[in-house]
Design a protein around this ligand. Structure first.
Ligand SMILES: C[S@@+](CC[C@H](N)C(=O)[O-])C[C@H]1O[C@@H](n2cnc3c(N)ncnc32)[C@H](O)[C@@H]1O
Length: 245
């Protein structure tokens, strides 16, 4: 029997209450920071890649998006997000599809892409309870976000915006290099920055030590606490349609 619980979102677009379920990613500080940086204008089309419970799709819909497409590789998350859309009376506007990244969205172009797809190294994710479905970000946590960035340009309308979380808990340099290559330095704007605590079982692990020593992640010690830096970016597509390079 699946265990589910209610969760009330009090960030932008809230408050609203959804169901969470074991096996599906539960909203975190990163979800809240992405939402805090997000601009959605009334009538816009939004793609939410890695939508989990659907929380950021619902934020976008409640901020006025005319149409929101969520994608997910976790079939339990797709089922949950669809149920949540029904619960919130948003099923007409929020369309959740099973598949990797933009795969289920052939031919769809949006004003906004929410790129909060998994970006935590697999070995760190396995020490946490953040990815109960097991769909984490790849060996360095950069692989899935970079693959998302590679495909995003062809799903953005001219002048469209992509919202991207990065952090020192992943190979952030690799994600930012890909973002600069694909969008151009002048089309990236850092919107937010925050220090977040790293749970002790991760901070004290051999995995964290090895990833620090090899320069993949960067943690900050402050007294007895270990912290990581989260950043939220807005990347803007060129105002005229160009084939992605
Ligand atoms: C960091 S969670 C964010 C979920 C949601 N945006 C939130 O704030 O709660 C990332 C989500 O991406 C999903 N995911 C991982 N790889 C994916 C892929 N290749 N395509 C689509 N979704 C993916 C995971 O299953 C997970 O639900």
């Amino acid at each position: 029997m699946e265990q589910s619980r209610e969760f009330t979102w009090r960030g932008p677009g809230g408050p609203f209450t959804i169901q969470l379920r074991q096996g599906v990613f539960a909203p975190t500080h990163t979800s809240r920071e992405v939402a805090a940086g997000l601009t959605v204008n009334p009538g816009e089309t939004v793609i939410d890649v890695g939508c989990g419970s659907g929380v950021l799709s619902f934020v976008a819909a409640r901020l006025g998006a005319a149409r929101v497409y969520g994608t997910e590789v976790n079939a339990d998350a797709v089922d949950l997000a669809r149920n949540n859309a029904e619960l919130l009376g948003l099923a007409e506007r929020v369309d959740v599809r099973l598949g990797s990244l933009f795969e289920p969205l052939e031919g769809v172009r949006a004003d906004v892409v929410i790129g909060d797809v998994s970006g935590i190294p697999d070995e760190i994710a396995s020490l946490s309870d953040w990815f109960p479905g097991g769909f984490s970000g790849g060996p360095t946590g950069a692989e899935v976000p970079v693959a998302m960035l590679e495909r995003a340009r062809s799903h953005l309308l001219p002048g469209g915006r992509l919202y991207l979380p990065t952090g020192s808990i992943q190979d952030e340099g690799a994600v930012l290099r890909a973002a600069r290559r694909i969008f151009g330095e002048g089309r990236m704007r850092q919107l937010r920055e925050r220090l977040l605590p790293l749970p002790g079982r991760i901070a004290d692990s051999a995995v964290a030590r090895r990833l620090m020593e090899t320069g993949v992640v960067r943690f900050i010690r402050k007294g007895s606490r270990t912290l990581w830096e989260l950043r939220i970016w807005e990347l803007t597509a060129p105002p005229v349609l160009q084939p992605p390079s």
